[in-house]
Design a protein around this ligand. Structure first.
Ligand SMILES: Cc1cc2nc3c(=O)[nH]c(=O)nc-3n(C[C@H](O)[C@H](O)[C@H](O)COP(=O)(O)OP(=O)(O)OC[C@H]3O[C@@H](n4cnc5c(N)ncnc54)[C@H](O)[C@@H]3O)c2cc1C
Length: 330
């Protein structure tokens, strides 16, 4: 069983993207009991400075194609190189991050290789399928997130999937292996570079919800931006960060980058406090693996209480000030 994993870097820090390590580890977890191999593959101008972490987190080999023209995504060139690497390795599976680059390249590659691709998987596992032997089961939300669909590619190879950042957990330390790095060679045609990038302007630094041990999340029940201000006070008192449900974002109480859930970030903090959030399946998809969940809601029947370790039935206006006062007391 061989799994290839597409590797990306953060251009600002020149470090591996979190999703790349998460996928290397996932690939390793999938194939290890079959004595399989994980081949990481990378395209760019230079290798990320922490590239050795790939070997700690499951990769057996890294294939890279380095060229100054490949510093930023050129779909045509990336597609041709990936197809060539995949044909050389003949893997059973290829995993991509559901990043801008992964979402661009993976479908192009799948259509050339005439195989299936499942986007935004939330679970991947190997199991028997009819008379096809062991294949990859790919689970993802479907029909507006109301059901979890299980998708398989029984006939064609490789089996391909994309996975969003933060969905596959990464352990604190990996399983150190010897590093094998191989340079891929191929002539790059000028036609593949259809545009020239003159300037790259770094975006405003986004809030990284995944980096916080404590998250205080607010929902439609906060009723206003002012409601969110009190959540910021609680998060500050706990040394945490503020997140939100999609309804709270849609109402304009806070920014989209704070959204947790199926179409927001996936988080697993030590403590997730859900305030005025009903607990829809789409919200739970982004937070239900948190170590401890405290729910505060004025409706005792709110579904969020079904996954909470501790529940407080009450109006947030009464509950949160008491918590802040308690936390600030000497
Ligand atoms: C394809 C798709 C993707 C989606 N992706 C996401 C996603 O990524 N993230 C996400 O969150 N949602 C997502 N949704 C939306 C999701 O279905 C729900 O609509 C949303 O999660 C509801 O948000 P909420 O719990 O804040 O609001 P509501 O469901 O309206 O719940 C508000 C809660 O606040 C409580 N409340 C009211 N006032 C108070 C008060 N004063 N004190 C305490 N409690 C109070 C109420 O009892 C209620 O339980 C998605 C939907 C679809 C179709």
């Amino acid at each position: 069983m061989k799994c290839m994993v597409f590797i990306e870097r953060n251009p600002i820090e020149n470090s591996l993207r979190d999703v790349s390590l998460e996928l290397a580890w996932k690939g390793y977890s999938l194939v290890k009991e079959y004595g399989g191999e994980v081949v990481a593959f990378y395209i760019g101008k230079e290798l990320p400075s922490d590239v050795d972490k790939l070997f700690e987190y499951g990769a057996d080999k890294l294939i890279h194609h380095l060229d100054d023209r490949l510093e930023y995504l050129h779909s045509e060139a990336y597609k041709e190189i990936v197809v060539d690497m995949v044909r050389q390795e003949s893997p059973d599976m290829v995993l991509f991050g559901a990043t801008h680059t992964g979402r661009d390249i993976a479908p192009l590659v799948a259509s050339i290789l005439k195989t299936g691709l499942t986007a935004d998987c939330t679970q991947l596992y190997l199991d028997e399928y009819k008379d096809k032997g062991t294949i990859l089961y790919q689970k993802r939300p479907a029909f507006g997130g109301n059901i979890l669909a299980t998708i398989v590619t029984p006939e064609d190879r490789p089996m391909m999937a994309t996975v969003r950042e933060g969905v596959m957990p990464l352990p604190e330390s990996g399983d150190k292996k010897a590093a094998v790095t191989v340079a891929h060679t191929m002539e790059l045609k000028n036609d593949w570079f259809k545009y020239t990038i003159k300037e790259v302007v770094p975006g405003i630094k986004k809030i990284n919800l995944g980096a916080h041990d404590v998250i205080v999340a607010g929902g439609a029940g906060m009723e206003s931006k002012e409601g969110f201000a009190i959540l910021h006070q609680l998060a500050d008192a706990l040394g945490g960060e503020v997140a939100a449900s999609r309804a709270a974002v849609d109402f304009g109480f806070t920014k989209k980058e704070r959204q947790v859930g199926q179409t927001g970030s996936v988080v697993r903090p030590k403590l997730y406090i859900a305030v005025g959030i009903s607990g829809s399946i789409q919200h739970r998809a982004g937070m239900e693996d948190s170590k401890k969940i405290i729910a505060i809601n004025k409706d005792a029947d709110a579904p969020i209480f079904g996954i909470a370790n501790m529940g407080i039935v009450g109006d947030y206006r009464d509950v949160i000030p008491v918590m802040i006062k308690y936390l600030k007391e000497d």
